[in-house]
Write a protein that binds this ligand. Structure first.
Ligand code: M6R
Length: 657
């Protein structure tokens, strides 16, 4: 949570940074601010509320204001953890003398002790945040070591190089980068301060004494470098600079990076050169635009057929084998697996719940699905033959990272499913399958969910194949069924007008319940989550068979109950039971909305509305039954006047525990 951007180059840093923040606003929108180095001064402008408030404040500055011409700067969009979302708690935070400014994503766990220490030394803190201490600590460190020096050791690159070995020392006008060897300057100060911090942080800092330089650091929180021509970027996510460059460099854990107009330099916290990996982003700025839709969420719902197809592309070799993207495990390791845990949060957890049905059915390996935030605290039984599958769109969800690390300490193997190349979760895993959903900007997951389902099916098939349970032709048959899904999702999308109309009529409902059986149960949970987060309504998903054990008491005259039906073909028992459950709720006054397969004639007499979806194999049905629930939630939210893309209190990437 919190989006951060840094820039050094020939353009207006303020403009580049604010544009970058616009693309990162999905990460948090409680406040926004920028700091630039102009005329040897650090200038900070920040406002509570969405980025538009900051943009307005900047637009009100005189046209000739020198802030606009600054060539280096940092910017932040906040999801509040410590301190209310006010102007004073907005980032950047400045040192007492105003010469240093800092932005932060994460939580500094030992901030209280550091604040006490600063206050004892006479520093007055101006905010309630954990982050502000860093500005004061940097200033103190700079004061303690005030000797300007040249470039030091480090892995560095320039626009002409491959991101490996050229120094930052650069050409005329190049900024001088403070050096760890002598212990002076902002870079060295950042290293020294980071060594004192505990918790999770991405930090960016600028100093009035070192214009043309932005210094960043990361631990347990994301930070990437954007490599342009004569300009360099730092950001939580490549989306911030994708309109300027698609070349990026991953930063590892506990690293410090410095950018100038001439290059970048990466070291560890002790100042030793750090290895980095450069990569090319396979989507462009247009993928991160609304493209004519009212909301990103609507665009992303519409992109689902393509996202599913892209995630499937190239997965089946000519020999009929399923391939993952990165595999640091042997086939024997996978054959030794005797237990699977899927760990994830929110929507990704629901994808995991669907995966359990497919993985157990195809591999006969017991599979448990756990909320990542609970996993390590209950001391799960893990060993070398346990496979932990971590699902995360962002690859940066802290609960999932901590679950993964716990699993690794217990020697379990970890396989990641992620949409974000180079993010922490895939980097720390033994095997990776990337979804190819492209950027998902709306806070509510849509295409990420469908592609996670596809990735889970592929993992299940891969395991079944490696363990000799499924032959290539059987795997090929399921892959062919999967390949038919994009056009089925397209068919669903083409029939959504009645669902939108239904959504408009449900805007005033007090509570909406979702029920399902088998893979329809996680779909019901996902439908309820979408409605809660977007429409701020009471919504709950239940296993349909559980209703009679308590939740049926919630049903009142007119309570909408969305029922996700299994196919009557092949799963007739389940279908019959679901019809009984529908009759039970209807008898108590529920308004029944059924999501049913085309040709399911049995449901219509028991429902007030039926939304038909194309026929699919039972295990793959969530790929179509989820879509109407996404559309419904977006429509109800819009009817209630909510911001569909940026629901209150939420952030897309949850990088705190
Ligand atoms: O990035 P992740 O997939 O790890 O995110 C996990 C959840 O925070 C996420 O799925 C969240 O529940 C959705 N954005 C809700 O729509």
């Amino acid at each position: 949570m919190c989006g951060i951007v840094g820039y050094v180059g020939a353009r207006s840093a303020c403009t580049v940074v604010v544009d970058g923040l616009r693309r990162l606003e999905y990460r948090g929108y409680d406040s926004a601010g920028v700091a630039v180095v102009a005329d040897d001064e650090v200038r900070v402008v920040k406002r509570a509320g969405k980025l538009t408030n900051l943009a307005k404040a900047l637009a009100e500055l005189p046209p000739a204001d020198r802030l606009r011409a600054a060539a280096s700067g940092i910017g932040h969009t906040r999801w509040a953890t410590h301190g209310a979302p006010t102007d004073r708690n907005a980032h950047p935070h400045a040192s007492a003398d105003g010469r240093v400014a800092v932005i932060h994503n994460g939580i500094i766990e030992n901030f209280a002790r550091l604040r006490d220490e600063l206050e004892a030394a006479g520093v007055e803190l101006a905010s309630d945040t954990d982050s502000e201490v860093v500005a004061h600590l940097l200033a103190a460190e700079l004061a303690r070591t005030a000797v300007p020096v040249g470039v030091g050791a480090g892995t560095s690159g320039s626009d002409g190089g491959p991101g490996g070995d050229a120094g930052i020392s650069g050409g005329a006008g190049a900024a001088t980068v403070g050096d760890g060897a002598s212990g002076a300057g902002l870079v060295a100060a950042m290293r020294a301060v980071c060594a004192r911090l505990t918790g999770a942080f991405t930090l960016l800092a600028v100093s009035a004494d070192e214009p043309g330089l932005v210094v960043g650091a990361r631990r347990n929180s994301p930070l990437v470098v954007g490599v342009g021509a004569g300009e360099y970027f730092l950001a939580s996510d490549v989306a911030a600079f994708i309109e300027h460059t698609r070349d990026a460099v991953e930063l590892g854990q506990d690293q410090v990076v410095a950018i100038t107009a001439d290059g970048y330099q990466v070291t560890d916290f002790a100042g030793a050169p750090a290895p980095t990996q450069r990569y090319h982003v396979d989507w462009d700025a247009s993928a991160a635009e609304k493209g004519g839709y009212d909301y990103f969420m609507l665009k992303e719902i519409a992109e689902q057929p393509k996202a599913v197809a892209d995630t499937l592309r190239g997965r089946l070799t000519e020999a009929g084998e399923i391939t993952l993207d990165e595999v640091r495990l042997s086939d024997q390791d996978l054959r030794d697996v005797d237990k699977i845990f899927i760990v994830a949060c929110g929507t990704a957890y629901h994808a995991g719940l669907v995966a359990k049905y497919a993985i157990e059915h195809w591999t006969r390996i017991p599979c448990e699905v756990e909320l990542a935030s609970e996993f390590r605290y209950r001391d799960p039984v893990l060993d070398r033959s346990t496979l932990v599958v971590a699902i995360s769109q962002s690859g940066e969800t802290m609960d999932t990272i901590m679950a993964l690390r716990h699993a690794k300490v217990q020697k379990a193997r970890v396989l990641a499913i992620s949409n974000t190349n180079g993010s922490t979760i895939p980097r720390e895993s033994d095997a990776v399958l990337y979804t190819h959903a492209g950027p998902e900007v709306a806070v509510a997951s849509t295409k990420a969910f469908l592609t996670q389902l596809v990735a889970c099916y592929l993992v299940g098939l891969h395991l079944a194949q490696v363990r000799g349970i499924k032959y290539a032709d059987e795997v090929g048959a399921v892959v062919a069924q999967l390949q038919a899904m994009p056009s089925k999702v397209d068919e669903v999308l083409a029939t959504m007008e009645p669902v939108r109309e239904l959504g408009r009529s449900l805007g005033s409902a007090r509570s909406v319940l979702f029920i399902g059986r088998h893979v329809g149960y996680p779909v019901a949970l996902e439908g309820a989550l979408k409605l809660k987060e977007l429409a701020y309504m009471h919504a709950e998903g239940f296993a349909a068979g559980e209703l009679k054990h308590g939740p049926i008491a919630l049903i009142d005259d007119g309570t909408p109950v969305i029922c996700v039906l299994p196919s009557p073909r092949g799963r007739a028992v389940l279908h019959d039971k679901m019809i009984s459950n529908i009759q039970e709720v209807r008898a108590r006054g529920a308004r029944v909305v059924a999501i049913a397969e085309e040709g399911d004639t049995a449901v219509a007499p028991h429902a007030d509305h039926v939304v038909y979806v194309p026929r699919t194999p039972t295990l793959l049905a969530p790929l179509v039954t989820t879509v109407p629930l996404q559309v419904l939630a977006a429509e109800i939210a819009a009817t209630r006047g909510h911001d569909v893309d940026q629901p209150r209190n939420l952030a897309k990437s949850v990088t705190v525990e």
